[in-house]
Design a protein around this ligand. Structure first.
Ligand code: WT7
Length: 644
């Protein structure tokens, strides 16, 4: 590389002034390939560089970045740091119980743990390309296992450990996982959860899964299936701490992560190696302005994309210190987040609006007891942050000194797409502000015409591929094409609405499809409807979101009953419906309100008019919009009269 390109790549990688942002953004738009190759060239370890930066088959919605490059992401997240910062803390593990000692895991130690785990996987027959399911609480073994998979080229599929056994088994089967790593149980505030029991139930239904590795966490007695179940600590004792990294192609899958959609079963989004690495590393560096001695903390669970990209891969690729928190914000009291910030001198803190709203409701003394002066940057993710929560976060946590980065992105995008760059982009409450360099947002009218200019709103799309984008839906590329690239041909459709203000800042206004974001969790309404329609007494159901003070949105169900159901007690039925949802999906998908109705408003072609149901649930019935296509307009009035 010429020295001028090296300087350029260094300077692009860390955007530290508004002038530079404007400059770099312009360059990235003029020539995205050149931009991303400049970023990728200098900041990563490649075993072989690429022949072509981007291959884009628009018709097939097929994208390949850094074609034919060879690498291993763990060499970038671990090995290359060992020479310069082997003793630096990679992970601070903060346990559920504040009385249990926190662990500081150095990069040297991380290397050993990951290699040992990689050998355990190999000893259990896992090879490059095999799929490994991870169903673990927020303990270091979770990070080790993900990186161990990446080390040997296995594809991890982390399932959030709050999902039910049914949700787990369907994900194991969909991805055809050969092995699962779980724990004897997990701590959650003052409670424990029997993870192994949930796994045992799930594995009754997973014919191709061979091995279940069990980490000891709560030292609980568990059921054991001989031949299938193995204690992880015993396996680790017999494994070497050296393991060569497998050479991976840029486009080899790194992981599968499920996200719900507006229809059908959850989609296994496939992220590949090189592009995901470059994109998460670049966005982490810029959005959190990470400096060498900073301690960075993202409170998400690694079971979601936020944890994958911004607890594990993005921070570690930058040699950062990343906090991993096992507990909940309310245990032992509502000051826990602030206590952890104080204890570990956290400099960047990244959390969700739902947590901010819940904590803002508590007495301020929970905040004021702690020294938060280490904080430099605050982040928000997962749903729109309302003005009140933004100000509370700014005033009481950031003490008006810490810029708030409201980061908009999705499981599918792999990393942050629209966000302020702190100390660079002037922030504005409730605005995600400007796109990351290399990202080209456009707003579209429903009829497919692009909305140009400022002070406009429309459906948010992305006009050009970026390295971190999911490449496909596992085993179902048609669904990928259909979901993301068919609404507006040639554009990636996000499913969100947005407005662009007079200076070009973006504000995300929320989903425009049948996905509801509850406490920052992306929930498709269709799978929930499918679950409850299995109830014997229920004929039909329609679920919509409505505004909720803490959760942002909550779920409202309209249910019609079969003859046999009409005699049943409504409160009992409500309980049964939520039990069914908990069993099929998990407690996060429970309905807040359930209204029994005689029939649902439908169009002449038989489609349920959710738009109207949404308005009724939100008590926003002044303007119902066009109801002329309704087959049964009178039911609207009846439903509205009995709204809960
Ligand atoms: C949906 C994606 C991004 C990782 C966590 C969620 C909503 C996300 C914001 C934000 C407004 C946001 C969108 C998006 N969303 N961040 N800063 N402002 N809305 O990932 O589960 O795939 O959900 O979350 O509606 O489409 P996800």
């Amino acid at each position: 590389m010429t020295s001028s390109l090296k300087v350029l790549a260094d300077s692009y990688y860390n955007i530290d002034s508004l002038e530079k942002y404007i400059d770099v953004y312009r360059i990235s738009k003029q020539d995205p390939e050149d931009f991303w190759s400049t970023i990728a060239t200098n900041n990563f370890h490649w075993r072989k560089t690429w022949d072509k930066v981007l291959e884009w088959d628009k018709k097939e919605s097929k994208v390949e970045w850094f074609k034919n490059a060879k690498l291993n992401i763990t060499e970038n997240c671990i090995d290359r740091h060992l020479r310069t910062r082997g003793e630096k803390t990679a992970i601070i593990f903060e346990p559920n119980d504040p009385k249990e000692k926190a662990q500081h895991i150095s990069y040297n130690e991380l290397a050993q743990h990951v290699n040992r785990m990689a050998n355990v996987l190999k000893n259990n027959g896992i090879k490059k390309g095999d799929k490994v399911c991870i169903y673990l609480p927020m303990i270091p073994a979770l990070t080790y296992t993900m990186l161990a998979c990446a080390r040997i080229g296995a594809i991890h599929s982390v399932v959030f450990a709050g999902f039910s056994s049914k949700a787990l088994s369907s994900r194991i089967n969909d991805a055809d996982c050969k092995l699962i790593v779980t724990a004897d149980g997990s701590y959650r505030g003052s409670k424990t959860v029997d993870l192994k029991k949930i796994v045992d139930e799930a594995l009754l239904d997973t014919p191709n899964l061979e091995t279940c590795l069990v980490a000891k966490r709560i030292h609980d007695k568990v059921e054991w299936v001989e031949g299938r179940d193995k204690w992880l600590h015993e396996e680790l004792m017999n494994a070497s701490s050296e393991c060569e990294a497998e050479e991976m192609d840029a486009e080899d899958p790194l992981f599968i992560l499920y996200t719900s959609g507006s229809t059908g079963t959850p989609k296994g989004m496939v992220h590949t190696t090189a592009g995901y690495m470059v994109f998460t590393a670049f966005t982490f560096k810029n959005v959190f302005q990470y400096k060498n001695d900073d301690v960075y903390w993202c409170t998400a669970d690694i079971g979601w994309i936020t944890g994958h990209s911004y607890i594990v891969y993005g921070p570690l690729a930058n040699g950062a210190t990343t906090v991993m928190f096992e507990g909940v914000p309310s245990y032992p009291d509502y000051g826990r987040f602030w206590d952890v910030i104080d204890k570990h001198k956290v400099s960047q803190f990244y959390t969700a609006p739902t947590a901010i709203r819940a904590l803002a409701k508590q007495d301020l003394s929970f905040v004021d007891e702690h020294d938060l002066s280490s904080l430099k940057i605050l982040g928000s993710v997962g749903e729109p942050i309302n003005e009140e929560a933004w100000h509370w976060y700014n005033d009481h946590i950031g003490k008006k000194k810490c810029p708030i980065v409201d980061t908009w992105w999705q499981t599918e995008t792999g990393g942050i797409m629209i966000s302020p760059i702190p100390y660079v982009t002037p922030t504005k409450p409730t605005y995600a502000t400007l796109p990351i360099p290399g990202i080209q947002p456009v707003l579209m009218e429903a009829n497919g015409v692009e909305i140009k200019g400022n002070q406009v709103d429309g459906k948010l799309c992305i006009a050009y591929p970026w390295p971190g984008m999911a490449r496909t839906v596992y085993n179902n590329h048609e669904r990928y094409k259909e979901t993301y690239f068919s609404t507006f041909p040639g554009l990636y459709f996000t499913g969100d609405g947005a407005l662009r203000d007079e200076v070009g800042y973006y504000r995300i206004t929320g989903r425009v499809d049948d996905v509801v974001i509850v406490s920052g969790h992306n929930l498709g309404t269709a799978p929930i409807e499918d679950a409850i329609n299995e109830h014997q007494a229920i004929a039909e159901s329609a679920i919509v979101g409505f505004p909720h003070e803490i959760k942002g949105s909550a779920l409202y169900g309209y249910v019609t009953l079969k003859d046999e159901g009409s005699k049943r007690d409504h409160d009992n039925l409500r309980k049964e419906i939520n039990q069914l949802i908990t069993a099929k999906i998990g407690p996060i998908a429970k309905l807040d309100k359930i209204q029994f109705v005689n029939s649902l408003p439908k169009t002449r072609s038989g489609k349920i008019m959710r738009r109207i149901l949404r308005k009724i649930a939100s008590r926003d019935t002044e303007n119902m919009g066009d109801t002329s296509t309704l087959l049964n307009p009178d039911v609207v009035e009846e439903i509205n009269k009995n709204v809960l």
